[in-house]
Design a protein around this ligand. Structure first.
Ligand code: ADP
Ligand code: MG
Length: 527
């Protein structure tokens, strides 16, 4: 399923217009940057003494074996993928790793790519600075491999900081959690934890997932039993509330965290999470001793200032437009109508309609509602009509949530009705269709919701019901803009005001200019 040709032409034009940005401004504090470079050199040196690489140095230092791309190759690549890199002057230009063998990582980590042909654009451009120890902001469309973009450098660092076997007796006791990944939802934390555990396992690096909704006991035991099955817990992936809880109980020690990731960073920095994040970060290593990475598919102007307070001279990589952009492989259809009561019939019609597609045997459909009660009602309605359907929302126990998600992933249920708790980050195989039964509260959530399909280079489709009720009316202009940017139009939206509101951050909005119009501040709501 290809987006219309119109989208392609528009994108090409935009790409040509876009100029690569290589900022060569001078560092504000040259002394500090020298110190930083010293530190980074040490990290690189540490990495080269990695025990797993010492027997095969030629492979580990494959960056030497495979020459870095020429500058013309690099420029052509950046142009082709509409990549902008902002690299502070003292760091200098970033050379992307255009193929996996240009990457300087322990050989054992390469199995992570065994089924992939080439790195995705966000990976090519964020791996080199992240591996050198720099702070990074990485913005790229949904489903473009951001988990490995921060995961591979995290593991590379852990592997290089592990003591060699001969020394392990004396120093393993000092090993602590040094990688912390923060995620907005329990399911995303579990998913990222699974990815990092799988990759870290063969290096005896364990990860623990800390999230609410379940007893703390199991998580406490895992943390206290830091050396389990010969593996050492070096990674924590979790949601802010439970992490902070365990930190305050004195059970989770973050003082050794030198690699911090905010996945879905704009969500983590918005007002619902901001205070928890601030508090968690205060328990990690400070200043130059911590590398901080932020990744998302959306990066509203309103959170950028706050983000910068947690980072030091980050390298910023943006793949695609600076504006809100939806995944280019997702077809976007918007049905505009007045009568909200016709939604059920329209939903059934859509499900029937899309059933005729040959690929649907394997395909799953994710239906987004706005409220928990609404999700539950739609789930029951579909079940009543004979659909094998599950639900995922905040009124369910964590066990039921995990069960519903697993059934959907396995294909035991082919339909899942969810609130925005499932909007971000989840990588569910074969979601061919996303239906927005009720429009989300922000345009960012729309981008993330439809990004549950069209992942890892595949194509997908989204159908959005838009009635203009309540909050929807104010978002019509932003939706029209996102559609237009992607090469789609919805005539019906034109009857609504096309104004685009500025988004302000609760703490910072009043104090800094918000030049780029962005959506309204998200309402605090529990999904
Ligand atoms: P994002 O965080 O950008 O939304 P994910 O990290 O969840 O995306 O990755 C989406 C999917 O793409 C995953 O199934 C992942 O295994 C796959 N993937 C990651 N890197 C690559 C790659 N280089 N080539 C192809 N697929 C990839
Ligand atoms: Mg992700």
């Amino acid at each position: 399923m290809q987006p219309p040709a119109l989208a392609e032409t528009k994108k090409e034009k935009k790409k040509q217009k876009r100029k690569r940005e290589e900022d060569a401004s001078t560092p504000s504090d040259p002394g500090a940057s020298r110190e930083k470079d010293k530190d980074r050199k040490k990290r690189r040196k540490d990495r080269s003494s990695d025990p797993s690489s010492s027997s095969t140095p030629a492979q580990h230092t494959s960056a030497e074996a495979t020459p870095a791309p020429s500058s013309s190759e690099t420029s052509a690549y950046l142009e082709k993928h509409a990549i902008k890199i902002h690299s502070p002057g003292h760091i200098g230009p970033i050379t992307p790793a255009l193929s996996f063998d240009q990457l300087d990582i322990p050989p054992g980590l390469r199995s992570a790519f065994s089924t992939f042909k080439e790195p995705t654009p966000i990976q090519t451009c964020t791996w080199p600075p992240a591996l050198k120890g720099h702070d990074v902001v990485g913005i790229a469309e949904t489903g473009s491999g951001k988990t490995l973009a921060f995961g591979i450098p995290a593991l590379a660092q852990l592997i290089s900081s592990a003591p060699s076997k001969s020394k392990s007796k004396s120093s393993s006791a000092n090993l602590s959690v040094s990688v912390l990944v923060l995620a907005p939802t329990r399911e995303l934390a579990i998913q990222t934890h699974d990815t990092l555990s799988d990759l870290g396992g063969k290096f005896n690096i364990a990860s623990v997932a800390l999230f609410g909704g379940v007893e703390k006991g199991g998580q406490i035991r895992t943390l206290q039993n830091a050396n389990k099955d010969g593996k050492t817990t070096r990674i924590v992936v979790g949601t802010p509330g439970r992490i902070l809880d365990l930190v305050n109980d004195g059970i989770c020690d973050l003082s050794g965290v030198s690699y911090l990731v905010l996945d879905e960073a704009d969500r983590m920095l918005d007002k619902g999470f901001e205070n928890d994040i601030r508090s968690i970060i205060s328990h990690t290593k400070q200043g130059e001793d911590r590398q901080t990475l932020m990744f998302s598919a959306t990066w509203p102007e309103a959170v950028r200032r706050l983000a910068s307070t947690f980072q030091r001279d980050p390298v910023r990589v943006t793949v695609g437009s600076d504006d809100l952009t939806a995944n280019s492989r997702v077809e976007q259809v918007v049905e505009v109508f007045d009568d909200a009561r016709s939604k059920d019939n329209r939903l059934i019609a859509q499900l029937r309609n899309n059933k005729t597609k040959a690929d649907l045997e394997e395909s799953r459909t994710l239906i987004f509602a706005l409220y928990k009660k609404e999700a539950s009602r739609v789930e029951n309605m579909l079940r009543g009509k004979g659909y094998s359907v599950g639900a995922l929302h905040g009124d369910m126990s964590q066990a039921a949530r995990m069960d519903a998600l697993q059934s959907f992933k396995d294909g035991r249920t082919r339909f899942l009705v969810a609130t925005d708790v499932a909007a971000r980050g989840l990588d569910i195989p074969n979601v061919g269709l996303v239906i927005n039964y009720t429009f989300p509260l922000t345009i960012e959530d729309y981008i993330h919701r439809i990004g549950r399909t069209g992942r890892g280079g595949r194509s997908g489709k989204s159908v959005t019901f838009f009635t203009g009720d309540n909050h929807e009316r104010a978002l019509a202009g932003e939706l029209a803009r996102v559609l237009h940017e992607s090469g789609f139009e919805a005539e019906g939206l034109k009857k609504f005001p096309m104004t685009i509101k500025k988004k302000t951050h609760s703490a910072y909005g009043a104090f800094f200019r918000d030049d780029i119009p962005a959506p309204a501040a998200p309402t605090k709501i529990k999904f």
